[in-house]
Write a protein that binds this ligand. Structure first.
Ligand SMILES: [Zn+2]
Length: 76
């Protein structure tokens, strides 16, 4: 699974992930960011469309961007 952070037309940061149920890229809401012992960022949240839990690894830069924008809650 993968996740990414993108900016929409309004300039808002959105956390995107691949929902297994929708089989598509969806916006993730209530994202919570965790960091593993090895320094890897893990985001966990729910699919905005179906509510399925989506979790994935993402890069440091993207993780920091999402947390700064308030789109992902820092949990480490
Ligand atoms: Zn979904």
């Amino acid at each position: 699974m993968f996740i990414r952070v993108k900016t929409n037309k309004k300039g808002e940061i959105m956390v995107m992930g691949h929902c297994m149920k929708c089989k598509d890229k969806k916006e993730i809401k209530n994202a919570v960011m965790n960091k593993t012992a090895k320094g890897i960022h893990m985001a966990k949240g729910t699919c905005v469309k179906c509510g399925t839990t989506v979790c994935a690894i993402l890069g440091k830069e993207a993780a920091e961007k999402a947390m700064k924008a308030g789109e992902a809650k820092k949990n480490f």
